[in-house]
Design a protein around this ligand. Structure first.
Ligand code: SF4
Length: 528
């Protein structure tokens, strides 16, 4: 879904993988455009090349699980993208939940956009007997065999032996903690003694019951977990970003509790990542005495976090303030420097004072600090050992700002084009640029080369920036705490994020003039 975010006011998109995009194609559409606002709750049914708007009054107020149950009982084997109570209440970081349990890439209030339109769900009935046209099917089958063998040969993505397949995105916890880049208690420390208790390794031995996957993917990086002692739930996730935001960043070291809160966020329709990071700001403010104890949150107090998550989704009490997003919350609590947001959205979740490539990426991304760490693992120093030759930063020293800027620019352009092709960017841990070029040519019958593919990505990236510029959003920065508050302890003690130096080099490799795209670049990209 592409939209203007109520949280960041930037261009934004929501991408959760799964099966919905393929189902939409097999229901007769490449894309849907939803305009205007209904007077009463509706859901959109897509079936057989037709779109019908149906009454959603019986679904209004229902959570993700119940919503999908009711819709499947009525329409059979369908894919469901639905909003929860938070979306109905237009919480600025309300999400859309994909088939009742997945919203990792939905961080910008997509649920509030649908809630504002009074659209409860998009329901897609695919005709699985249909085949998507492919320009050269024989070459396509050859290509599939070659690409599958690359996945099988990957130490990360092989279904049986690949570390990313085995542990999913929570694989990130231990390396980030070892490198001391893991957020703890609203980034007041960069490591956490209880990190192992939140790791993918811990999850596999406790709450994990199965691995899930997306359409036609053998990797199976998605997690399915259940409550095993204190909590009752069965849900997808949590992913690394939810673990670090609801877990370490809030001082919680109990993985089952994190998974339960993640489940609750899905049920209520609120982004668990933003929720966790905002609760961390509240706990930090409480510690500093800026909030009364009975209104605030103590580090690691899961019971109170559960209560606050419910209050956010209904905008009740202090939940009404928290529902406005990190900058508003920290402003309202009396200390804007507590915010960990750039362009209105909180960074997920590695410390930019330690990970400079990550910091530059989040400072300059068109959707704010919302990058997913496993989309850019090759920019993360903590992952060099995991990535091996696939790491872009393995041979770049931290102070080689020009090389870091080039690596960030390359990856941003590549991800822009992969996202627009609906290709999971995790595949880049096994595939190379040539593989995407060949796949696109074989499917479409085109004959483009690597430079042209990256050029498409560059045009997308610049076009998004133009949209933001037209809406007055031109700031490339990170929260002040990363620029002026040094890492307080540990092996990275004293480091800050060198924004000025990195931006200077980044603008140069982008061909922008003092941060603005400028006429020459616009002409070069045919964007005038
Ligand atoms: S690697 Fe990508 S497509 Fe495959 S299961 Fe994971 S998120 Fe889905």
């Amino acid at each position: 879904m592409v939209f203007r975010s109520p949280l960041t006011r930037t261009i934004a998109y929501a991408n959760t993988g799964g099966y919905a995009a393929t189902a939409l194609k097999l229901a007769g559409f490449d894309a849907l455009e939803i305009r205007g606002r209904s007077d009463s709750p509706k859901y959109v049914l897509v079936r057989g090349g037709e779109i019908t708007l149906l009454d959603a009054s019986p679904l209004w107020g229902k959570g993700a699980s119940e919503c999908i149950k009711l819709l499947k009982s009525k329409h059979g084997d369908v894919r469901v993208l639905s909003i929860g109570i938070a979306g109905e209440n237009k919480v600025k970081f309300a999400n859309i939940v994909n088939d009742a349990g997945r919203s990792s890439g939905v961080r910008h209030g997509a649920g509030a956009v649908l809630g504002d339109k009074r659209v409860k769900a998009v329901v897609i009935a695919a005709d699985y007997s249909l085949r998507v046209p492919i320009a050269n099917r024989e070459k396509f089958m050859d290509l599939l065999r070659r690409l599958n063998s690359k996945i099988r040969g990957s130490p990360l993505l092989n279904r049986v032996t690949g570390l990313f397949s085995i542990y999913g995105t929570p694989l990130a916890v231990n390396p980030l903690n070892r490198f001391e880049a893991l957020p703890f208690r609203n980034y007041t420390k960069t490591s956490f003694e209880g990190a192992a208790q939140l790791s993918g390794e811990k999850m596999n031995g406790t709450i994990l019951i199965s691995r899930l996957t997306c359409n036609s993917c053998s990797v199976q990086c998605r997690r399915e977990t259940v409550g095993v002692s204190r909590y009752s739930f069965r849900t997808e996730g949590p992913d690394y970003a939810q673990i670090s935001s609801l877990g370490s960043n809030c001082g919680v070291g109990d993985l089952e509790a994190v998974a339960y809160m993640n489940y609750l966020c899905y049920e209520l329709g609120v982004d668990p990542i933003e929720t966790g990071n905002i609760l961390a700001i509240l706990a930090h403010a409480t510690e500093r005495g800026l909030v009364a104890q009975d209104q605030g949150l103590r580090w690691g107090d899961v019971e109170r976090m559960v209560e606050l998550i419910r209050m956010i989704s209904t905008k009740t009490g202090i939940g009404g303030i928290l529902a406005e997003g990190a900058p508003s919350v920290s402003q309202a609590l009396g200390d804007p420097s507590l915010s960990t947001a750039a362009k209105g959205i909180t960074i997920q979740n590695a410390d930019p004072r330690v990970e400079y490539g990550w910091g530059l990426l989040n400072a300059t991304d068109n959707t704010g600090a919302s990058a997913h760490i496993w989309v850019y693992p090759d920019l993360i120093y903590s992952f060099i050992d995991l990535l091996g030759e696939k790491s872009l930063v393995a041979r770049i020293a931290l102070n080689e700002y020009d090389k870091l800027a080039s690596a960030v620019r390359y990856k941003q352009d590549l991800v822009a084009v992969l996202d627009s092709l609906q290709i999971c960017a995790f595949s880049n841990m096994a595939y190379d640029l040539e593989d995407y070029v060949e796949a696109l040519n074989v499917v479409t019958g085109w004959n483009i080369d690597r430079g042209e593919l990256l050029r498409v990505g560059e045009r997308i990236f610049n076009l998004e920036r133009l949209y933001n510029e037209a809406n007055g959003i031109v700031d490339d920065t990170l929260p002040t705490r990363f620029l002026s508050d040094p890492v307080p302890s540990g092996k990275n003690m004293g480091r800050v994020f060198p924004l000025k130096e990195l931006l200077y080099n980044y603008y140069s490799v982008r061909g922008w003039e003092a941060g603005r795209i400028g006429e020459p670049k616009l002409k070069e990209l045919s964007l005038t």
